[in-house]
Design a protein around this ligand. Structure first.
Ligand SMILES: N[C@@H](CCC(=O)N[C@@H](CS)C(=O)NCC(=O)O)C(=O)O
Length: 214
């Protein structure tokens, strides 16, 4: 069986959990507690020198990092349901939308970035939250404009794609940082449609064994 080293609230881990659940792949979960710094301990650095989750360990011990690369691997090996359309232009457009989140929005509010602006730039909770929300809103404005050009059930497709694996965790984060999702009606509609599906529910942060129940 595969093992996913992740953290319940990590959006990159959440992306991979969604992909695994959509494809019905059995996986064992090993929590890496980002709050106590376990990601910087030697055992995790041996898995990923970046000190990030997720890491997917295959049954033969091979370790894969970077959520989009992991999802690409899963999509290549477990073909159905496909996370990417076969048609080349649509495929590129779905990847571009996923990268708007994974490459442009999400890294700016990574835990280590937020810790840095808190420690090195004197920001308190309000400043840190404002920083994160600002970049999410800017990215979501572009995504909402893109979303309004299509009328498919999901962003550009009739079934959840690589994009939705990225969107739902990013909306979860947006809510944590107080972003008013009412402004983003089509993104909210797609997010709600996804979260009604069993695979997305299985992958949800609150349904993970390491979730801290408030
Ligand atoms: N581009 C990476 C990002 C991974 C990443 O940023 N992981 C975060 C959690 S979402 C992390 O491990 N942060 C730990 C830290 O910042 O110390 C991916 O998509 O896998």
């Amino acid at each position: 069986m595969m093992t996913l080293y992740g953290y319940w609230r990590s959006s990159a881990s959440y992306r991979v959990r969604i992909g695994l659940a959509l494809k019905g792949i059995a996986v064992s979960h090993v929590p890496v507690n980002l709050r106590d710094g376990s990601q910087k301990q030697a055992d995790h650095l041996a898995r990923n020198p970046q000190g990030y989750v997720p890491v997917l360990e295959l049954a033969d011990g091979t370790q894969l990092t970077q959520s989009l690369a992991i999802l690409d691997y899963l999509d290549g090996v477990y073909r159905e349901p496909a996370l990417l359309p076969k048609e080349a232009v649509l495929r590129a457009r779905v990847k571009a939308a996923a990268l708007m989140i994974a490459a442009d929005i999400s890294p700016i509010q990574n835990l280590s970035v937020l810790k840095f602006i808190r420690a090195e730039h004197g920001q308190e909770d309000a400043g840190v939250t404002q920083w994160a929300a600002h970049w999410i809103v800017q990215g979501f404005e572009a995504l909402e404009a893109l979303a309004e050009t299509s009328d498919t059930d999901y962003l550009l497709t009739d079934t959840p794609s690589l994009f939705e694996c990225c969107l739902v965790p990013q909306v979860y984060n947006a809510r944590r940082f107080g972003v008013d999702m009412a402004t983003f009606s089509r993104l909210s509609e797609i997010d709600a449609r996804c979260r009604a599906l069993p695979a997305f529910q299985k992958a949800a942060p609150e349904n993970q064994a390491d979730a801290i129940k408030a």
